[in-house]
Design a protein around this ligand. Structure first.
Ligand code: ZN
Length: 264
């Protein structure tokens, strides 16, 4: 056994037994780890208050090889993104970041790069306006896929490598990129591709390349927003074995619908 200590962010927590918690974290040095926090739900436990979503914590545990669950021995609270909890939209998008990582990362891995990306994204959600969250989440999803070398291609055709100049192209979630007019026919036999206007593909390149703090200034017309939403969503649904939607995105849809009804 070796004592491991790492900065981490809580991805998920569920009750375990009568008094404990099963906490899934993404740790800077270890990637995804499942920790049992014994007694964390007892009234006097100090662990529970640190093991909250969107808190950066330092976890220590005796790491046992080939065990799915590790026993958490110590947790220290670190910075807390306090503005996220003040706005339901921010909570929804921050939860979507954590849920997506939890769904797609299978276990331990060198975590430095993704940990940095998660923290930068939560920090931007915390500091910037709720209206900026949607574009911040697009950016997170593109960079998340880039970390694993599977980032979707929106500038050149994945069939022939040409830079399309036609007014619209097709995006294939399974091929992970756009297809020019010439390559569409043979690649889309099962009808899985979707339309992206050339303007939308250019917007996506800007989402990828801009400094995070400039993203709120990006203007997207409604059709581009819808095309981007649909394409990134389909891309990730294809990546997830069970093809289940993120619960956080359903939550965000429900608050958006409530908002519209209240404005009527
Ligand atoms: Zn092509």
């Amino acid at each position: 056994m070796a004592i491991q200590s790492s900065e981490a962010i809580v991805l998920n927590r569920i009750p375990l037994g009568d008094t404990s918690l099963l906490v899934t974290v993404y740790a800077r040095t270890l990637g995804k780890v499942k920790l049992v926090a014994r007694g964390a739900r007892r009234p006097k436990s100090r662990m529970a208050s640190s093991l909250q979503p969107f808190c950066v914590i330092t976890v220590s545990f005796n790491r046992r090889e080939n065990r799915e669950l590790q026993n958490l021995s110590k947790v220290e609270a670190g910075p807390f993104f306090r503005h996220i909890g003040e706005d339901l939209t921010k909570v929804g998008y921050a939860s979507a970041v954590c849920e997506l990582v939890n769904r797609l990362v299978l276990g331990e891995e060198p975590g430095e790069q993704l940990f940095g990306l998660i923290i930068r994204t939560l920090d931007a959600i915390d500091r910037l306006s709720a209206e900026a969250c949607e574009v911040l989440f697009w950016r997170f999803q593109l960079e998340f896929a880039d970390v694993y070398g599977t980032g979707p291609e929106f500038t050149s055709c994945v069939g022939c490598g040409r830079y399309p100049e036609e007014a619209s192209v097709r995006f294939s979630p399974s091929l992970g990129g756009i297809l020019c007019r010439d390559c569409q026919g043979q690649a889309d036999q099962d009808g899985e591709t979707m339309q992206l206007s050339l303007g939308t593909t250019r917007l996506l390149s800007r989402v990828r390349g801009m400094p995070l703090d400039h993203l709120p200034r990006l203007k997207a017309v409604r059709t581009s927003r819808q095309e981007i939403q649909r394409a990134i969503r389909a891309f990730y649904l294809y990546q997830m074995d069970d093809g289940r939607e993120l619960k956080s995105l359903k939550f965000l849809e429900s608050i958006e619908t409530d908002g519209k009804e209240n404005r009527r």
